[in-house]
Design a protein around this ligand. Structure first.
Ligand SMILES: C[S@@+](CC[C@H](N)C(=O)[O-])C[C@H]1O[C@@H](n2cnc3c(N)ncnc32)[C@H](O)[C@@H]1O
Length: 846
């Protein structure tokens, strides 16, 4: 593999050529393109500050990538040729002047992104180069902290050197995300690396030391770590032993043992030095003399101190222990006495401790909670387990173990599958897995030292199966009992007993299915109704039969049907004991009273209302027309009934479906009425009705017939049951009453009016009471004031007259206020006006 040349033509690599081709001023453009491709910070930015921008390829990329009308400011020591849409100026980014110029350009704006690709003049010693680079990066960071918006991004170039970590540490303090990367277009031979920092924290106050190169790269880059508490780590030792420090070319080094005692970084000493010496004469150290005399300074220790390079892990530990003991004797701070001797320097460590403490606390709470939950679960499981055993021994009913969930009315929940399903344990029972699961859980608990269960999985399985079977049986039982109480079911059963399974034209299977469906439907529908359930079937039966039946054996619905005038002539149909009847009457009256009575306006009144001023609005007129046509439709349907009065046979022609295809309920009701009438009068027996069911329409051979034919047949090929005159009259009456009812809107308006009047009256009453109770007034005064009050209340406020607007020309068919009309207005249709006048004329003539 050919090694890339750093100088001469070796520089002209593919990126160089590509940059030329694309018109970028430097190959560096691709570094930004690639960084942005990875982190996408440019697309989101509206303001960018490019520090050390010459010759300007990064500015070019920014102008291309950022949204239109973005602000791009480029600064460099060297001049930058103008770039469209980019502000450039010449300045040293480390100076105050540069900062002020940027401020004048940005005004009050903040940058979304600060870029720094600065490189100091290279060529001096490598160490110096890298330091300058790091320093320049720190300067750019300083500018970034001033101009960046919260959450903004900062991209800087650094060289991997000993200052790199310090810089990274500082960046991490100021940004939420810090990533170091080397884009593909950056030469491998180059030590440069790019750090992309996102989510600027924008702290209100930044410690100036954080941005001061001297503190960052001297103090922080190589701080004396507090290794007090650290256990010996050979890795550390190894790292420290690597090579020689700069300007440190002495191979053999020794240090006074007292230094080792006093230092905060004993591991560094152990790694860097060959010997810990006790030679006092040489050092004249009092501490060393004391140390030398200490009984803790054993021969073994002295031997270890003599040659540190040959020591193993065990010996290092021995020396560290000795140091701690001595420090205690000498009264130096140890881990026991103080946690952070360099509290000021390593303030972050303190924060870390806080964080750790919080985390520990959280973890402790979590553990406590989960153990509490476990305990509860275990208890619950134990309880259920016991109950299941008791149940198997017929000592208890399933609901005692939570199989039953109280319904909203404490209802019939024993077999409400949904409710059962809500109980996790029961879901498991239903699957026959509960005990298995429980056993497994118990086992798990037992393993973890919680709970106990002596059951095996197989036993649990058996139990589960048995429970499931029991539950199934009980459910079947319940359905049987419930269905038996159902009138519908009784009727079906009776049909079955007669061997009339095909009576309804349904196969036995289908019937069974529908029966089942019904049972399920009842299940759910009866849930809310029933009040009790369970061990006794009595309340269940009573609840299912909840449809109130009167003494005549009729349900409320049936009573409503037979209460129609048509049946009044039939003696004994609705006979009930007198007291009960009167009770019911009273109830009816009450019910009637509750509904606001709405009087039907007399024809004259209506006519009076339809004076010129009160002509219906367009909307009302439309509605009225609709209603009129609906009434006409009804009348048409009613024509059929009319015909009956002339000729009963015409009923044969009555259509059971209206034009829109819906069943003609009036005809059907009339048929039902007739049938009921006949049954009630004893003109027909149930047997006759069943017998009538066997007719030519009951059996149809549809095989091979086209759909259109079957459709047509379905519509017309039906039996037409007779309708009696009484039934027709009843329906007619019903329709008349229906037509006579005011439209909903009118009824509502009247009810509103009534309500307001009542409110007004209430107020008046109160006022009159107050006046009457006023002792300072004579009786006459009271009477006159009350009379005044009454007359004032009687006076209605005169509303501004309603303006009548004729709907014609442009106004016709328009909804909303017509142009140039203020206040209340009414749109009238002149055509409607004419029609109504004509109607009046005709009525007069008649
Ligand atoms: C690698 S070039 C920048 C290339 C640039 N990003 C581009 O795409 O065209 C490094 C630049 O840093 C500039 N520079 C170095 N020290 C500087 C300082 N203190 N203030 C301003 N610019 C500086 C140099 O003049 C040089 O032009």
């Amino acid at each position: 593999m050919a090694i890339q040349k750093k100088h001469g033509k070796g520089r002209l690599d593919k990126w160089y050529k590509l940059a030329k081709e694309k018109g970028y001023r430097a190959r560096a453009a691709f570094k930004l393109i690639q960084l942005n491709k990875k982190y996408g910070f440019l697309e989101k930015s509206k303001v960018v500050l490019d520090l050390c921008a010459a010759p300007g390829s990064w500015c070019q990329v920014c102008a291309e990538t950022m949204p239109k009308d973005s602000i791009i400011i480029g600064v460099d020591l060297a001049p930058i040729k103008p770039i469209p849409k980019v502000i450039t100026f010449q300045s040293d980014i480390t100076t105050e002047k540069c900062r002020a110029t940027i401020r004048t350009h940005l005004k009050t704006w903040k940058a979304d992104c600060v870029l720094h690709d600065g490189a100091p003049n290279v060529g001096t010693a490598w160490v110096q180069d890298s330091y300058n680079q790091a320093e320049l990066a720190l300067h750019s960071l300083k500018l970034a902290t001033e101009f960046l918006v919260e959450g903004g991004a900062f991209v800087t170039k650094v060289f991997r050197s000993k200052d790199y970590n310090s810089l990274l540490w500082v960046l991490n303090q100021l940004f939420t995300k810090v990533d170091a990367t080397k884009p593909p277009s950056s030469r491998n031979v180059s030590a440069e690396i790019f750090v992309v920092c996102r989510g600027f924290k924008a702290p209100k106050r930044i410690d100036p030391r954080l941005l001061d190169p001297r503190s960052v790269f001297e103090d922080l880059a190589d701080p004396a770590p507090n290794n007090e508490a650290k256990v010996y780590n050979p890795e550390v030792k190894k790292r420290k032993r690597e090579g020689y420090e700069e300007g440190d070319y002495i191979q053999y080094k020794e240090i006074a043992a007292s230094e080792f005692i006093q230092t905060t970084d004993p591991i560094a000493i152990l790694g860097q030095y060959n010997r810990l010496t006790f030679e006092q004469q040489k050092n004249g150290d009092v501490a060393l003399a004391a140390l030398d005399k200490l009984p803790e300074t054993t021969d073994e220790i002295r031997l270890c101190c003599a040659d540190l390079k040959v020591l193993g892990r065990k010996e290092f530990k021995l020396l560290l222990k000795w140091r701690l003991r001595v420090r205690e004797i000498f009264g130096f701070p140890t881990k026991k006495t103080t946690k952070t001797p360099l509290a000021e320097e390593v303030a972050e460590v303190e924060n870390m401790d806080d964080e750790l403490r919080i985390q520990e606390e959280l973890q402790r709470i979590k553990d406590k909670e989960s153990s509490k939950k476990k305990k509860e679960r275990r208890k619950e499981n134990e309880k259920k387990q016991k109950e299941i055993v008791r149940m198997q021994m017929n000592m208890t009913a399933p609901m005692d173990i939570g199989m039953e969930q109280e319904g909203p009315k404490g209802g019939d929940s024993m077999f409400r599958l949904k409710a059962i399903d809500q109980t996790e344990a029961l879901r498991r029972i239903a699957k026959g897995k509960m005990t298995k699961m429980t056993a497994a859980e118990f086992k798990k608990d037992r393993d973890s030292g919680i709970g106990s269960s002596g059951e095996t999985d197989d036993e649990s399985d058996e139990e589960g199966d048995r429970l499931e079977r029991e539950l199934d049986n009980m459910y079947d039982d319940y359905r049987e009992r419930k269905a038996a109480a159902d009138a519908k079911y009784r009727a079906k059963k009776a049909r079955k007993e007669h061997g009339d399974d095909e009576w309804e034209g349904v196969s036995a299977d289908e019937k069974e299915e529908s029966d089942e469906e019904e049972a399920l439907e009842e299940d759910s529908s009866d849930d809310s109704d029933s009040e009790e359930h369970g061990d006794t079937s009595k309340p269940l039966l009573r609840d299912l039969d909840n449809t109130p039946q009167d003494e005549a054996g009729l349900s409320k619905r049936a009573r409503g049907f037979f209460n129609q005038d048509i049946f009044q002539t039939i003696p004994g149909l609705l006979d009930v004991p007198e007291d009960e009847e009167s009770e019911e009457e009273a109830m009816d009256v009450d019910e009637e009273e509750e509904i606001p009575e709405v009087e039907e306006p007399k024809v004259e009144e209506r006519e009076a209302e339809e004076s010129e001023d009160d002509l219906p609005t367009i909307e009302e007129q439309k509605k009225m027309r609709k209603e009129k046509s609906a009434r006409k439709d009804k009348d048409k349907a009613f024509d059929v009934v009319k015909r009956d009065e002339d000729d009963d046979d015409d009923w044969e022609a009555a259509e059971k479906k209206t034009k829109d295809g819906r069943p003609n309920i009036d005809i059907i009701t009339a048929e039902a009425m007739t049938l009921a009438h006949q049954l009630a009068r004893g003109e027909k027996s149930t047997y006759d009705i069943i017998d009538e069911g066997y007719n030519k329409y009951a059996f149809k051979d549809r095989d091979g017939l086209p759909d259109w034919f079957l459709d047509d047949e379905g519509k017309h090929d039906r039996p037409h049951k007779p309708i009696s005159k009484e039934a027709a009259a009843a329906i007619k009456e019903k329709l008349r009453a229906y037509n006579a009812r005011p439209i909903k809107k009118v009824a509502e308006a009247r009810a509103r009016k009534k309500f307001k009047q009542a409110q007004k009256l209430e107020k008046l009453k109160k006022k009159a009471d107050l006046l009457a109770g006023d002792e300072g007034m004579s009786e006459k005064e009271k009477a006159t004031s009350i009379a005044k009050l009454m007359s004032a209340a009687g006076r209605t406020k005169r509303k501004a007259p309603v303006k009548v607007v004729k709907a014609q020309g442009l106004n016709r068919g328009l909804s909303g206020r017509p142009k140039g009309v203020k206040g209340r207005y009414k749109m009238v249709d002149p055509r409607m006006k004419k029609e109504m006048r004509a109607l009046k004329r005709i009525a007069k003539r008649k």
